[in-house]
Every structure is written in structure tokens, then in C-alpha cells.
Write a protein that binds this ligand. Structure first.
Ligand code: CUA
Length: 352
């Protein structure tokens, strides 16, 4: 009999060790992950830092609770086990109910913890939703489509797609973008981990978030709410550049599209085919709103919402058979001949 009990005790211990190890891995995972994918653990904006600090706070509190519970469990299992060789005792230990101090303690402690966590989270959310306080801020309207992003700069009077360009903030000037989030179809979610948290884009309402980058560079993001077949290929690229470069970029975006007589054949195909019904090209008889604005298509690095690099070969592949590149995409196959595709690409390549 004693041997059987010893075996059972060892089994219990082994089980607990495994359990503890699994939890330790779960708790360590964010740290391990941060070594490889620093994204949200290495933020480049005040809001990103606030979110990271909140995460650490929640993890710290959870870790303390975890250690207390596991510590108590291990202590009781070891301390109150049957001593080796003791006769088996099947009598129930004394049952104690309703210790008032204990009941109060374990009701109060979790309530306080939840209260503290709620307060810090609410404080951060209110701060992030607040209006940008500086004169250097401006508005950008972001509209989620299946499966691409429309970015309108109402103050400057132009619209672009998938690639957001913003001025970088420094110690003297904080450029806070007041991002207005809307959806043209289903619910999407705007998420650039290094710059801010996620905010949903909900049809028939306008959500807001603040965007600020403290270091120049490219910040990648994605749609974070399943929105259909190509949800995973609805990428966001935010480029933060010094103010002078940003002004230059804005000046170019404000211009109407280039008209180049040498690519008239391609331009004619664009205007005569259905292209012009879905895409807008400012200054031209193409006023479609269903697809991305192409006025300055070649100022963008990627096409099809971050799927392909924006170059001659990829544009041709995209025009020839959009479904091959992005199955289920709303861009129709226009059944163009190779010559037409080439002429069309020649035309698009001039839209700088
Ligand atoms: Cu848009 Cu997922």
C-alpha cells in the first residue's frame, strides 16, 4: 500500500511540474516573441508605447497571481501529503465553511485588481481617442474596402490607396494624424502594430484613431478583422517622412494626372473600357469610386493592396488575370489582348 501511495504522489508531482512548465512557456512567450518580431513590443509612437506598458502591467499582475496560486498549491501538496509508511487514512478532513475574513478577502482582492486594470485601460483609451491638440495635426479619411484601403486627405484634396504617407514627429513638433475610419462594405480593422492599437471600420459609422510616428520609416500593418476571401491580402503601408519630404509628396499628389501623347492608345483603352467606371484619374474623364484612385499610381510601391511590387511585369500580370494574383478580387478580368495589356501598362506607368 505505501508503495502505491508513493507512486500516486510522484504522478501528481509530475503532472503539476508539466502544468507549471506549460504555464511558464505561455507567460514567457511574449518575451521570446519580442526577440524575433519586435513590432508591438518596440513601438514608435506614444500610443504604441502606452499599449505596450499596459500589456506589461497586466502581465506583471497576472504573473504575481500565478506565482501565488502555484506556490500555495505546491506548498499544500508537499506539506500535507501522507508521510511515507503511514497507514492509509480514508477519513475526510474537517470541513470548514464560511470564514468571513477569508470570504471578504477573496472577493475584495479580485474586485480591486479588475477595478485597477479597468481604470488604467479606460484612461489610456480616452487619451488615445482625444482630439489632437496641436496645430500640426490633420485629418485623413481611411475607408476599408474588400480588399484594399482608400486614404483621402481632405485638407489637401486628393485620395490615394493602400499606402499612407505622414510627416514624422520630432521633439519640437508632434504631427498627430486624426484618422477617420469608415467602411464601404463589411467590418475591417486598421492595425499598424508599431504605431497604434486596432480600431474597427464599421459600415455606416465613423470611428477615429490617432496616428503618430516618432521615427521616419516604413510601418507595415494589416486588416485585423476577417472580412472575406482576401482579408489576409489587405495590407497597409505607412511611410513616415520628414516634413519637407512630406510637403513635396503632397505637392505631387495634388497635381492632376500627367497626359502623355505617346501613350494615347493605352489611355483610350482605359477610358473606353470599364476601367474608368471603377477608378478615378483626376483631370481625366475617369471618375470611378469603386476601385483605388490611380492618379499617381506610380508613386506607390505596391499594387493589389501590398500583394505585388508595382512594376511593369506585375501590372501586366494583374491586368491579364487579376484572379491569378488575388483570387476573388473585385477587379474583373477584362479579357484584354497582350497588345492591349502592354498599351494599358504603358499608360499606367506614366501616372507618377
Ligand atoms: Cu479587411 Cu480583413
Amino acid at each position: 500500500m505505501p508503495n502505491l501511495r508513493k507512486g500516486r504522489f510522484r504522478k501528481t508531482c509530475r503532472g503539476m511540474m508539466r502544468w507549471t512548465l506549460a504555464w511558464a512557456l505561455v507567460l514567457l512567450f511574449p518575451l521570446l516573441a519580442s526577440a524575433q518580431a519586435p513590432e508591438m513590443f518596440n513601438p514608435a509612437s506614444p500610443d504604441g508605447s502606452a499599449i505596450r506598458d499596459l500589456f506589461y502591467l497586466v502581465m506583471a499582475i497576472s504573473t504575481v497571481i500565478f506565482l501565488l496560486v502555484i506556490g500555495a498549491l505546491v506548498y499544500f501538496v508537499v506539506r500535507f501529503r501522507d508521510p511515507p509508511g503511514a497507514p492509509r487514512d480514508d477519513t475526510e478532513p474537517p470541513q470548514i465553511y464560511g470564514s468571513q475574513p477569508i470570504e471578504i478577502a477573496w472577493t475584495l482582492a479580485p474586485t480591486l485588481i479588475v477595478l485597477v486594470l479597468s481604470l488604467v485601460v479606460i484612461r489610456s483609451v480616452i487619451a488615445m481617442r482625444a482630439d489632437p491638440p496641436t496645430d500640426e495635426s490633420f485629418r485623413i479619411r481611411a475607408v476599408g474596402h474588400q480588399w484594399w484601403w482608400e486614404f483621402e486627405y481632405p485638407e489637401y484634396g486628393f485620395t490615394t490607396a493602400n499606402e499612407l504617407v505622414i510627416p514624422v514627429s520630432d521633439e519640437e513638433t508632434a504631427h498627430e494624424i486624426n484618422l477617420q475610419l469608415e467602411s464601404a462594405d463589411v467590418i475591417h480593422s486598421f492595425w499598424v502594430p508599431k504605431l497604434a492599437g486596432k480600431t474597427d471600420l464599421v459600415p455606416a459609422r465613423t470611428n477615429r484613431m490617432r496616428l503618430q510616428a516618432n521615427e521616419p520609416g516604413l510601418y507595415e500593418g494589416r486588416c485585423a478583422e476577417y472580412c472575406g476571401t482576401q482579408h489576409a491580402r489587405m495590407l497597409i503601408r505607412v511611410t513616415a517622412m520628414p516634413e519637407a519630404d512630406f510637403e513635396k509628396w503632397v505637392e505631387n499628389q495634388k497635381l492632376p494626372a500627367v497626359v502623355d501623347a505617346s501613350v494615347e492608345a493605352g489611355r483610350k483603352i482605359f477610358m473606353d473600357q470599364a476601367c474608368a467606371n471603377c477608378h478615378n484619374i483626376r483631370g481625366e474623364p475617369a471618375h470611378g469610386k469603386f476601385g483605388p484612385d490611380l492618379t499617381h499610381l506610380m508613386s506607390r510601391d505596391m499594387i493589389a493592396a501590398g500583394v505585388l511590387e508595382n512594376n511593369r511585369e506585375n501590372l501586366a500580370a494583374w491586368l491579364t488575370d487579376p484572379d491569378q494574383v488575388k483570387p476573388g478580387s473585385r477587379m474583373p478580368n477584362m479579357r484584354l489582348s497582350p497588345t492591349e495589356v502592354k498599351q494599358l501598362v504603358d499608360y499606367l506607368m506614366t501616372l507618377e
